[in-house]
Design a protein around this ligand. Structure first.
Ligand code: DOR
Ligand code: ZN
Length: 348
């Protein structure tokens, strides 16, 4: 049993950093572990133009503490709306720092109200993305209130993703934070243009974790945790070595007051221990040998970016996750608060 793992520095292909002092608090957790991260654009107001993405990128870079400056690259995204013009897509591609465009179905999740009401309205933008080879990242859930919350991802595949793929066969698509066996099967059987990210929390927890001994708001995220059979399918996919599954934490910090509320926000914070938690999960199924490919190779290969050249090391040493973490003027409750993680990041 290895007591030290040294491997290519990983990337996080799905991250919420927020802004201002809140961002300042959480950014070092990611930058210590990951070389790059795809930064979600669901700020309020959202990042809908390349110019806004440039300004947000500059704020992220200037929020890096001295020791991490120059070691972390934010990969920016635009927030797709019904009105995104193809010219904006061209500007995004031209910029070199916008790596993708994010589709939030309007009303699907946190800060998605400015999202897409009907994908049919986005034809010109999507055609331009296909032409310029700028990937589309999808929050894959329908918002139809008649659809059971636990079926929203599965129904999205049939109603939105399959028709989208047929209409734009050349479009690169990342099916973000997949949660179901159906999503795994869809990606496996899809063309090489479709990949998926998988979060640590969807690998670690099933939906029972929402209700263990009472209501657990810190385990609430979207897409919501699913049954154990789905977690097993995700685990199998992540550790299979399949090149179109890769790391994306969806670390999504919220102040404790917004989570522990009569209408609590969706989002789980995992940046404080993300690569360590992935390592723990891979080890549980005896596949630590495939962690590097999942966390460090498959993502850049799919995005057409170079793999990182530096390395990181984890040692087998148990440490306690803090009960809470500073979050701007507030605090947040991290995934696994108060519990132990068996892998520890060396240095950094
Ligand atoms: O749980 C989630 N939180 N899912 C999302 O899609 C958005 C995210 C957030 O921004 O808090
Ligand atoms: Zn997200």
């Amino acid at each position: 049993m290895a007591d030290k793992l040294t491997f290519t520095r990983p990337d996080d292909w799905h991250l919420h950093l927020r802004d201002g002092n809140a961002m300042r608090s959480v950014l070092p957790d990611t930058a210590r572990r990951f070389a790059r991260a795809i930064i979600m654009p669901n700020l309020k107001p959202p990042i809908v133009t390349t110019e806004q993405a440039a300004a947000y990128r500059a704020r992220i870079l200037s929020a890096l503490p001295a020791g991490l400056a120059g070691r972390f690259e934010p990969l920016m995204t635009l927030y797709l709306t019904d009105a995104t013009p193809p010219e904006e897509i061209a500007r995004a591609k031209e910029s070199g720092f916008v790596q993708a465009v994010k589709l939030y179905p309007a009303g699907a999740t946190t800060h998605s109200d400015a999202g897409v009401t009907d994908i049919a309205r986005c034809g010109a933008a999507l055609a331009q993305m296909e032409k310029l080879d700028l990937p589309l990242l999808v929050h894959g859930e329908v918002v139809d209130p008649a659809v059971d919350v636990f079926d929203r991802e599965k129904v999205f595949i049939d109603r939105v993703l399959i028709p989208l793929q047929q209409r734009f066969p050349g479009l690169r698509i990342v099916f973000e934070h997949i949660t179901t066996r159906e999503a795994v099967e869809f990606v496996q059987s899809a063309s090489g243009r479709i990949a998926a990210t998988i979060t640590p929390h969807h690998l670690m927890l099933n939906r029972n974790a929402l209700f263990t001994g009472g209501l657990r708001p810190h385990h609430y995220c979207l897409p919501v945790l699913k049954r154990e059979v789905h977690r097993q399918a995700l685990l199998k996919a992540a550790t299979s070595g399949h090149a179109r599954f890769f790391s994306g934490t969806d670390s999504a910090p919220h102040p404790v007051s917004a989570k522990e509320s009569a209408c609590g926000c969706a989002g789980i914070y995992s940046a404080h221990a993300a690569i360590e938690l992935y390592a723990e999960v891979f080890e549980q199924v005896g596949r630590l040998d495939r962690l590097e490919a999942f966390a460090s190779f498959h993502g850049p290969d799919f995005y057409g970016l170079p793999r990182n050249s530096e390395q990181i090391s984890l040692i087998r040493e148990s440490w306690q996750i803090p009960a809470q973490i500073e979050f701007g003027e507030d605090v947040l409750i991290p995934l696994g608060a108060g519990g132990q993680v068996c892998w520890k990041l060396v240095g950094n």
